[in-house]
Ligand binder design. Sequence first.
Ligand code: KGT
Length: 345
Amino acid sequence: MAFELRKYLSEEKGFNLMLGFIIRPPHQLLSLLSCPGLRIPRFSVLCAPPRLRTMAASSSFSELPLVAVCQVTSTPDKEQNFKTCAELIREAARLGACLAFLPEAFDFIARDPEETRRLSEPLSGNLLEEYTQLARECGLWLSLGGFHERGQDWEQTQKIYNCHVILNNMGSVVATYRKTHLCDVEIPGQGPMRESNSTIPGPSLESPISTPAGKIGLAICYDMRFPELSLALVQAGAEILTYPSAFGSVTGPAHWEVLLRARAIETQCYVVAAAQCGRHHEKRASYGHSMVVDPWGTVVARCSEGPGLCLARIDLNYLQQLRKQLPVFQHRRPDLYGNLGHPLS
Ligand SMILES: O=C(O)CNC(=O)[C@H](CS)NC(=O)CCC(=O)C(=O)O
């Protein structure tokens, strides 16, 4: 994959590339591609390792499903945001991804709750229709990480749901999850976050959804702070956990990577976190650092600064092997602390 991509970027796009290799236990070979001079769409690709065992088996590394993680700076301009996301999604399709992940608030980031309400749409609105067409045109599955959704109860409540939508490659909505933990926090230096001013918490968790890359468990941003949720999702069969985010610029450096890697290690899942980055408007900025973590806890792909995308291969054989070698789910003691993360009904 690295070489295909390298060839594509250097021959067709004329980019200068650096290729590096890092060898680390357990016998993983990381191939690193980085392209410092790129403008949008910019790539930072740290490819999931062609593990020696996988290489020895019949399936080759380049046959594993490839996923793309898109990083953007949403503003209140919905049309411009769509253009940026569409460009990244088309690039992901050209690079051979089967699934592209967009961050929370990929549709817009407003200046205040009033503007959030005004710009919101129902799932049956124009914006979702445009993404439906895009998914079809590109033949790509899409994780739309946090759509400001006018739900059934909009007329009474005048509040929205923060809705993670999965579209299949025909553009059909195959899963929705409405953010259950709302971010009402005040961190010095970051500006207050009062998500519940405009948003209603979702009523339920959703069963993981089968995709060409694996079974995806749905969550959003602040949800990553609640391991009970990730344990519930993995016990319901998740292989990939997703945390599309607009993470704060103060909590980001301290918590972002640590939380994502912890969720990956304790659930033995891949973790995909598409993030907002940079300044959205005068009052708000996000941390960025979109990444994919493998079930061992290794960051196998990460975006560089600014809008762009990164890619990773999902190796479910490796995941199964690791779960056998390190069987933490057989070692739990619910008699001592209850069954945190009940299986979903
Ligand atoms: O406001 C919107 O339009 C979309 N929603 C968000 O951006 C939400 C609520 S303000 N952001 C987070 O949950 C950040 C969590 C975070 O930063 C942390 O857990 O440290």
